[in-house]
Design a protein around this ligand. Structure first.
Ligand SMILES: [Zn+2]
Length: 381
């Protein structure tokens, strides 16, 4: 990549927080506030492992390294217990968007599996509408745009995925923007759920699939070729197959990276061996996301900051990652263009302000200006 749009500035935590950001991979049931779980449990008479916020967080293994993905998923049993009413779902969705907006997330795609919220008899359409209501209330209150992704679960009966696909279709153009397959990846290949994806694809619905997180590149290949995935959740093990890696790159298939979560589920051994920077250098359309704000104990800003410090990323690279996030949104093309150009302008102003504050000379800044630079920047698109 030659030519730079942005000068080299010192990036700090405040900069990362001020950046406009997208979060494309965020689970509702993994992103509640701990105080909200406690309040909901008290109101609903639900028993929890602890009524102390610190102890409860610990009992859920928030931020702690797990044995594997299946072990990590156990914490969701606790959060789902308190998400069985319309008001609880509405509140959880609103607060998630509120917390995201507070760190300048301008676009948030929330995902969850509606059938996990029918234990007390709540109807599926109400399970979905309650979450949409919460997200829309947040959109009216804050500068944030949202979308909802419905998940099938790999380790459940494929018939259930088919039912979820029908729910997604019923709510298409009413807030639902995509369909996903989550859950235990090992022994539960995506192709078992192909009936659901066949229906989804025939209804022109966007598809993202968790793949290459706890299983190898074959899983990513199946997600793309059997199920028509337009985006890949995690894709940590994509690097194991160079041919598929190039296919994903050539087709501009976005990769939803979630760094902290990958360490927690042992999808990546350590940050040093995480493939994110390798993908970024190759020009893959990589994005940074939270996965689970509570269970992974993270925020979008924390993920960006982790990547920045780990690989000494410059304003230029941070800008690519940010734009990749907005460009990979399950939004109509024109909306996406509009949003991307707005955040690009805002990001440029933020970098310029930092450059001025850090006393970079104007000729250094002009060098980075695409209008005067001999080789204008070509960010990966
Ligand atoms: Zn996930």
């Amino acid at each position: 990549m030659s030519g730079h749009r942005y000068p080299r500035i010192k990036i700090d935590e405040a900069f990362v927080k001020a950046m406009p950001k997208a979060d494309l991979h965020c689970h509702l049931d993994g992103s509640l506030r701990i105080e909200t779980i406690l309040e909901l449990a008290r109101d609903q008479g639900v028993e929890l492992p602890s009524t102390d916020p610190v102890k409860l967080k610990k009992a859920m293994g928030a931020g702690k390294i797990c044995d594997d993905l299946v072990d990590y998923l156990k914490a969701f049993d606790i959060t789902c217990k308190v998400l069985q009413t319309r008001s609880a779902l509405e509140r959880a969705a609103f607060e998630l968007a509120e917390d995201s907006a507070a760190e300048n997330v301008r676009y948030l795609e929330v995902r969850y599996a509606p059938m996990l919220h029918t234990v007390k008899g709540l109807r599926l359409d109400r399970v979905v509408q309650a979450v949409l209501d919460g997200l829309h209330r947040a959109e009216r209150t804050y500068d944030i745009k949202t979308g909802l992704i419905i998940c099938g679960i790999r380790n459940m009966d494929p018939e259930i995925s088919l039912r979820m696909a029908e729910v997604a279709i019923a709510f298409k153009n009413r807030g639902v923007v995509g369909f996903d397959l989550a859950g235990a990846e090992v022994d539960n290949p995506a192709k078992h759920h192909r009936a659901a994806f066949y229906l989804i694809r025939n209804n022109n619905i966007n598809v993202t699939i968790h793949a290459g997180e706890a299983y190898g590149p074959e899983s990513i290949s199946q997600a793309i070729h059997y199920c028509g995935a337009h985006r890949i959740g995690h894709g940590t093990r994509l690097r194991e197959n160079g041919d598929l890696l190039n296919y994903v790159n050539d087709h501009r298939i976005p990769v939803e990276a979630c760094l902290r979560s990958n360490i927690q589920t042992r999808s990546a051994k350590s940050m040093n061996s995480h493939p994110f920077k390798f993908y970024l250098d190759l020009g893959l359309r990589v994005t940074l996301n939270t996965d689970n704000r509570l269970i992974t104990d993270t925020t979008v800003s924390a993920e960006y900051l982790l990547a920045q410090t780990q690989w000494d990323l410059q304003a230029e690279e941070m800008g690519w990652i940010m734009e990749n996030g907005f460009q990979s949104a399950f939004l109509p093309f024109r909306d996406k263009l509009q949003l991307t150009s707005r955040v690009r302008r805002e990001y440029g102003e933020l970098v310029e302000r930092y450059a001025q504050e850090q006393g970079l000379r104007s000729e250094q800044r002009r060098e980075a200006d695409p209008a005067t630079s001999p080789k204008p920047a070509a960010p990966p698109a």
